[in-house]
Ligand binder design. Structure first.
Ligand code: UDP
Length: 410
């Protein structure tokens, strides 16, 4: 059964002092014209990963400004998530396509969820490929449909994309993070809207340095020694093994350094545990490498503490749809070293708000530069924070959705 997700209370008014009154006012005006519209978000999971992170704030803010917004999570069992994981990887460029049986499984679960979907929506927003067949199966259940793609489709496995596209065809509008992700032939329908973070969520709210230290210490971090940190799912595209290799180079010059790899295990990611185990094996018992996940009780507050306290935040992805972890870290005023892929260059301007790298050795070199010059880290962090304030906070994303709804109505 599709599962309705209960979201917290959020109030746009609380954000006005952070993003400015003009934006808050514009949102109120647009929302007034859309009052009472029934909006449904459909996604694959309520926990772990960027989509759920966004919806936990976006949905309550839509409600606060007068929309009747809901968020439902689709039903799926292991066989479905195994298939959608292969699909996700293939769409981001992995040579392995789904076999016929996996495509069948994907379609079958979409049919089950389509039957269960309620009717009478003004707009249904379908997030990512997992539930993407819904519009083709039960188009009549909503006046409008939007497919919101959160992944990097710039170099997909062509066979997988070709088989998915007919299911995207019925959507009158699609939304991508960046123009490069829009598949050919979708130009007229595609909208470009990068995601955003919630500056008032426990994950991003301002922490005093003492609070951050207090929390990091509980996980065995020596807070008087330098700390590198990557917060990410345990996934080959996030390259935690490469982060460990970079850390080892740094360690050879700066023996004091520590590394924290923080990664929650998402319910729709069956590969996560294998890769987690591979990461632990690669760390080879080094007591200065701290590998933590939500089963160690690392939740939003702890992620916040690690991002706030560490000396360098790394996001050494080799593919990255957008990289909310990058936005989160920069918002905390930390210097960010990120892979020059996907949405990371959209957020980091090299040398001004962080560093972009393309190899383990570059990542290590930049880490050493920042660790050796605390003033540099502060400068990058300060400039980055202002860039995030202007472009990547949740009210801007809310405004962009409202303006898309208005265009759909017109
Ligand atoms: N995240 C978390 N705990 C973790 C690892 C990740 O809360 O241990 C969150 C992270 O803070 C971010 C989201 O999960 O908000 C990941 O989004 P991102 O766009 O970086 O990557 P995705 O997982 O969607 O590929």
């Amino acid at each position: 059964m599709l599962q309705p997700i209960t979201v917290p209370n959020k109030h746009l008014a609380d954000y006005a002092s952070i993003v400015g009154r003009d934006l808050a006012e514009e949102i109120r005006e647009r929302a007034e014209r859309l009052k009472g519209k029934r909006i449904l978000h459909v996604s694959a999971t309520a926990f772990g990963g960027g989509v759920s992170e966004i919806l936990y704030t976006l949905v309550p803010l839509m409600i606060d400004v007068g929309l009747e917004a809901e968020w439902h999570v689709i039903y799926g069992r292991e066989e479905f998530f195994n298939a959608t994981k292969v699909m996700h990887n293939a769409l981001q460029g992995n040579p392995q396509d789904l076999n016929d049986e996996q495509w069948d499984v994907w379609r079958r679960y979409n049919e089950i969820n389509a039957k269960d979907l309620s009717s009478g929506w003004d707009v249904v927003i379908v997030h990512d490929p997992q539930p993407a067949a819904l519009a083709s199966l039960v188009g009549e259940k909503s006046r409008r449909w939007v497919w919101r793609c959160h992944i990097d489709l710039s170099t997909p496995n062509p066979a997988t994309l070709e088989r998915l596209l007919p299911y995207i065809e019925p959507y009158p509008a699609t939304v991508f993070h960046m123009p490069q992700y829009v598949p050919a032939g979708m130009d007229g329908r595609a909208n470009i809207v990068p995601p955003a973070i919630d500056p008032l969520a426990p994950k991003n709210m301002a922490f005093s340095p003492e609070d951050a230290v207090y929390i990091c210490e509980q996980f065995g971090i020596d807070v008087d020694r330098p700390l590198l940190c990557q917060v990410s799912r345990f996934d080959p595209w996030k390259d935690p093994l490469g982060v460990i290799d970079a850390y080892r180079i740094v360690k050879s010059e700066m023996p004091d350094v520590q590394l924290a790899l923080v990664g929650s295990m998402a319910t729709d990611d069956p590969e996560g545990w294998d890769y987690f185990n591979a990461t632990v094996a690669h760390a080879d018992g080094d007591p200065d490498i701290h590998i933590l996940n939500n089963l160690n009780n690392v939740g939003a507050i702890e992620v916040n503490a690690f991002q706030s306290h560490c000396d360098v935040v790394i996001q050494k992805s080799t593919r990255e749809g957008f990289g909310l972890t990058v936005t989160e870290a920069i918002w905390k005023g930390r210097p960010l070293i990120g892979g020059a892929v996907g949405g990371i260059p959209l957020q980091v301007s090299d040398g001004e708000t962080g560093f972009l790298v393309s190899s383990v050795s570059e990542c290590a070199q930049r880490s050493l530069e920042i660790l050796g010059d605390p003033g540099l880290g502060k400068r990058l962090g300060r400039a980055g924070k202002e860039a995030v304030r202007k472009r990547f906070l949740m009210p801007r994303l809310l405004r962009d959705w409202l303006s898309l709804f208005e265009r759909l109505e017109a």
